[in-house]
Write a protein that binds this ligand. Sequence first.
Ligand code: GDP
Length: 453
Amino acid sequence: MSTIAAISTPDAPGGIAVIRISGDDSIKVAEKIFSPYGDKKVCDMSGYTCAYGIAHDNGERLDDCILTVFKAPHSYTGEDVVEISCHGGLYVTRRILRAALKNGAINAEAGEFTKRAFLNGKLDLTQAEAVMDIISAKGERELKMAENLREGAAFKRVDKCSERLMKLLGDLAAWADYPEEDIPSVEPENLRNELSDISAELGSLIKNYDCGRILREGVSTAIIGKPNVGKSTLFNCLSGFNRSIVTDIAGTTRDVVEESVSIGDITLRLSDTAGIHETNDVIEGMGVDIAEKLIDSSELIIAVFDGGCPLTEDDLYLINKINNKNTVAVINKNDVEQKLDIELISDKLKHIVYLSAKENKGIDELKNVIENIFEINDMTINSVSAANERQKRCIESAIDCIDNCILAIDNGEMLDAINVILDEAEQHILELTGKRITNEVVDEVFSRFCVGK
Ligand code: GDP
C-alpha cells in the first residue's frame, strides 16, 4: 500500500495540529523530515513511543514537534503510522505536510485512514461509519449512540443473525445433498420458526431508526405565525443570541433566517420565517411564499400565537394550513394579560405550550413536548439501531428476503427455492457488516469522511 499523509486536525489555527502518515514507508518519510533531539533515531523507535525534535524541509527548520510512532498492526490503520504534533498554525502545518509529500508520501483521500483500518480488519463497516458519527456528534446522546455503534453493538447483533442464517443455509445444503438423512432442523416448521425469529431480531434494529436519525441529523423546524407574535424573539431565545431582527413593526423578518439549536437532546434546524399574512409588499410577499413552502417541507412546525391579542383571520388561516403536521402551538407573551381564544386552537392542534419568549420562560415545556412528538426517550436512545440509510436498506432487504422465504414455506415450495432466497438475505447482511461488499460501496461510504480521518 502507498504511504499516505494528511493534516488530521481542523483546517484552522489552533494550539496544536497533527499531521498523520500511514503506510509501509511512513517511518522512512518521517526520518527525512524529522530529527529527534539527542542521539535518538526515528527508525529505532518502537511502537507507542514519542520523540521531541525538529521538523524540517530540505534542511530548513520548520517547527519543534512531537513525533509518535505506532507500529503495524498496532495502529489505527493497522499499518506503520507516524503522527507529528506541531504548533497549530495553518502555514507551519501545511509546510510539514508538504515536506512529507516531497519525501515519498501521497495525499490521503477523504476517510482513507479509516478505510485502511477497515480493509486491514481493524474495524467492521458499521464501526467505521460510527467513527464519522462520533466526529459529527453535536450532543451527548448523539455521541452515546455513535459510541455504542463503534463498540460494535449493531455489528454483534447483525453478525449473530448472519451466523444463524449461515447455519440454516448449511443445513439446507446438507439436506439437499443427503435427503435420505434425517436432519430435523430443516423441517419446514423449524425453519419457519427460526426465520421468523431472525426477521424480528433484524426488525428491532430498524425500529428506532427514525429516533436515531432525528438525534443525529436534527429536525427541520419552521417557526411560523403572523407578524409580531414573537417568532424572532423565540428564535433568538432558542439560539441564545440576537440573530433575527426583533422590532414591534409588523413584517420585519423578510426572508428566512436559519440556525441549528440544541433543545435538550434534540437539534432543531430552525428557520425563522416572514410572518404569514396577506401583504401588498412584494419582497415581504416573497418571504410569505417561502414560509408557506417551509410548512410543507419541515418535519416540525412551531406555530406561534400572541396570547395577549384575540385570534385573527391570519391566525385561523395558519391553523388550517398546518393542521396535519407535527405541530406545537406556542402561545407566546404569557407575561401579559391573556386575550386569546384558545379553544379554536386546541380544537385543531394537539400540542400547546404557553411561554414568554421575551422573558425566556416555558422553554423546558417546549422541549418536553418536542421530545414527546418524536418519541425521544432514554429507552429509544439506548437501543441499538441502524446508523444510516445504507445500513437500514441492507436490513430491510434482508428482512424482505426472509419474509419471502417464510411465504414460500407456507406455500409449500421446494427447499431449493427457499435456499436461493435465503442466500440473498445473507448477502444483504454481509454487505451491511462489510464482510462481502463491492469496492463501489466501500468508496461511497468513505467518501463521506473528512480528509485526515
Ligand atoms: P415576529 O414578527 O413574530 O418575529 O415578532 P418579534 O419577535 O419581532 O416580536 C414582536 C414584538 O413582540 C416585539 O416588540 C417583542 O419584544 C415582543 N415580544 C416578543 N415576545 C414577547 C413576550 O414573550 N412577551 C411580551 N410581552 N412581548 C414579546
